[in-house]
Design a protein around this ligand. Structure first.
Ligand SMILES: Nc1ncnc2c1ncn2[C@@H]1O[C@H](COP(=O)(O)OP(=O)(O)OP(=O)(O)O)[C@@H](O)[C@H]1O
Length: 640
């Protein structure tokens, strides 16, 4: 089955009342490619460049975006494929304007309905469903708010997710739709915040279902139009308590969306769709069987800039997600709906599948049914076709808390082993070089190598630790080998408990920080990215990654942002805990891990006895052992 990447476009909205322009954000076009260029608001000399399939500036019109990006996808819907278009961005960046629009500037939803009707044939049946996900609960927006009960998200026997008992109302004309839609949008949860007078407090998913005939086969296409709630910075929104609760639900679900994208990008064997209703419902569009278009909405002002950079970073990752679109059609023999592979041209552009020819004659009226509170399983939107040939997602094996902790221990220790091996290899290389030069009688070269040797532990230390360390190295090597063989399992980060994830994340941050302090930025970046696999929703970590990526790309030094001022009493506590835990190791739980800790900790403890200067020699491989003096970033990991 051929795969298709999610298409990503960026749209910068114009300035609105009370906003001021600055030079920190612009679009650049070069050889047919477009980029959003954004300055880091904290360090203006850092300029980020984010590539997109297409970028639209403040002057762009609703019509332009619809005709260029959305209209071509409607033919695909008519061929029986599900297409999902979602608007993503911080609060007040223009998502609702893009999807819904205004009377004067209608957005994608009303335009898509008009275009869908213009394509119908006499065999076509169109229906609509509309739901919102508010505080991680699903409500039907086609039902009166007072009587709307929470809907549950279910999965059929083929792993297809659907919203049980959601209405799907047949529509016979645009005016049918407009009537329903006008009522439904009034039911959506909207409130005023400091950043947006009419801020969406929920994610809204409008679905247009199309049943039609293509070359004699009955097909079932679907267009999902998703207006996500915006991520919110509560320092800026000025939210009160009830708004904060909404905001926290919005941010949490968006954070899970980020985790899903991250897991898909890193090829994780388990994707955490189940961690929020939003990602469960969007599962088909994220690595599933539909085609995706993500509109990344961008607010132009400085106060949104940091959040905008995070949005852009999310979007650039999302473009690597691959879906396997299928045509949903009726099997005349069994009278069930089956998934068949579409005939898609290869290449990055979206497939253009010709729509069936419009029928010239008059079309019999389908007739508008009244909304009903009685569940109608046959018309439940999203219950979708039965996909016989889609392999079921394999459930990961059940893991005990002990298994999980043991795996973290292995993962971290493997990193230690890798660093140790690298350290030893470099040392051996230096010794070899020096011996070679000595043999050649090049005394001058030897003296010039002396400083390099001064960086290493004194020979006596090396000698004294050789037996124990050889054993340690062997054990770590064994662990690394084990890790390699079970690598697929360790990728199942989402199986870990939150505490275990944080532990592993902290360990990698400590390693990364040590490397960035030594200006080994490429390695630091690699380690920060590993940390991100464990704590993917840590915003500060993301910002750090973006900054180091920039420094690496531009060959610049990396200057970490200033450390946070210490909290009152923190110094005292820190001192006490440092004293109490001199050489305190990152302690993976579980008996096996405890034994390992004895060994992993020992070189560090010996080093500490030798004093601070010597301690640094071992930092390269001892950093997972968290030293109290350097855990500001780990604390940040915990805070988020
Ligand atoms: N392209 C545009 N042209 C003109 N005005 C726009 C445009 N995009 C957004 N706006 C205006 O900006 C404001 C914020 O837009 P909108 O409500 O669509 O943001 P949002 O991203 O949906 O916010 P939230 O996440 O808080 O719901 C609105 O007043 C809207 O009319």
């Amino acid at each position: 089955m051929s795969t298709r990447q999610v298409k990503i476009l960026a749209r910068i909205r114009p300035l609105i009342d009370g906003e001021f322009a600055d030079d920190g954000l612009r679009i650049e076009r070069d050889s047919g490619k477009s980029f959003i260029i954004a300055k880091n608001p904290k360090i203006p000399t850092q300029v980020f460049s984010f590539p997109f399939t297409s970028c639209y500036g403040p002057e762009s019109t609703q019509e332009e975006i619809f005709m260029d990006e959305v209209d071509p996808m409607l033919d695909i819907v008519y061929s029986g494929i599900t297409v999902t278009i979602f608007a993503y961005g911080v609060t007040s960046s223009g998502k609702t304007h893009t999807m819904q629009g205004t009377k004067a500037q209608p957005g994608i939803i009303p335009r898509a309905v008009e275009a869908m009707f213009s394509r119908r044939t006499e065999d076509t049946e169109l229906s609509v469903s509309y739901m919102e996900i508010y505080k991680d609960e699903v409500y039907d927006l086609l039902v009166e708010r007072e009587t709307a009960s929470k809907l549950s998200v279910r999965e059929n026997q083929h792993g297809k997710v659907f919203v049980a008992n959601q209405l799907s109302i047949p529509i016979d004309s645009e005016s049918d739709f407009n009537e329903l839609y006008a009522e439904a949008i009034k039911r959506r949860s909207v409130a005023s915040t400091n950043l947006n007078r009419a801020s969406s407090r929920s994610h809204a998913v409008l679905t247009l279902n199309v049943k039609t005939q293509v070359n004699g086969a009955v097909t079932f296409g679907k267009l999902n139009l998703v207006d996500l709630a915006g991520s919110e910075n509560n320092k800026l929104t000025g939210n009160d308590v009830s708004r904060m609760a909404e905001s926290s639900a919005i941010n949490k679900s968006l954070s899970v969306l980020g985790q899903v994208v991250h897991a898909l990008n890193t090829g994780a064997s388990r994707i955490p769709y189940r961690n929020s209703k939003l990602t469960r419902i969007l599962q088909d569009a994220l690595g599933g069987n539909s085609l995706g278009l993500l509109i990344c909405n961008i607010a132009p002002t400085l106060k949104h800039r940091q959040d905008t950079i995070n949005t852009l970073n999310f979007a650039s990752r999302a473009k690597n997600i691959e879906n396997k679109p299928v045509v949903n059609q009726r099997d005349p023999q069994t009278n069930t709906v089956v998934a068949v592979a579409p005939r898609l041209p290869t290449g990055p552009s979206l497939p253009s599948i010709p729509a069936p020819k419009a029928h010239a004659g008059p079309r019999p009226s389908i007739g508008l049914k009244q909304p009903s509170r009685v569940p109608r399983p046959s018309s439940v939107a999203g219950s979708g076709p039965l996909l016989r040939d889609i392999p079921e997602r394999r459930e990961p094996p059940l893991l005990t808390e002990q298994d999980i902790d043991a795996r973290i221990a292995k993962a971290v220790e493997a990193e230690v082993a890798r660093r140790l091996a690298e350290h030893e290899r470099q040392q051996a290389e230096r010794v070899r070089d020096a011996e070679l030069l000595a043999q050649q009688g090049e005394a001058s070269h030897r003296s010039s190598l002396a400083p390099a040797f001064n960086d290493q532990p004194p020979p006596t230390e090396a000698g004294s630790r050789s037996a124990g360390d050889d054993e340690l190295r062997q054990r770590l090597q064994d662990l690394e080998d084990k890790l390699e063989s079970g690598n697929a399992e360790t990728r199942m980060v989402s199986d870990l408990s939150p505490v275990s994830r944080k532990k592993a994340g902290r360990a990698y941050v400590a390693l990364a920080r040590a490397q960035s302090e030594k200006n080994n930025l490429t390695l630091a970046l690699e380690l920060y990215r590993k940390a991100e696999s464990y704590v993917p929703d840590n915003i500060k970590l993301k910002e750090r990654i973006i900054e180091i990526e920039w420094a690496v790309k531009n060959g610049k030094a990396f200057n970490p942002s200033p450390k946070k001022p210490k909290k009152k009493g923190a110094k005292k506590n820190k001192k006490a805990s440092w004293k109490a835990s001199a050489g305190e190791a990152f302690v993976p739980a579980g008996p096996e891990a405890e034994n390992e800790q004895e060994n992993v900790g020992s070189p560090l403890r010996r080093s500490q006895k030798r004093g601070a200067g010597e301690l640094q020699d071992h930092e390269a491989f001892a950093t997972p052992i968290l030293k109290r003096s350097r855990i500001e970033e780990e604390a940040e990991v915990e805070e988020d």
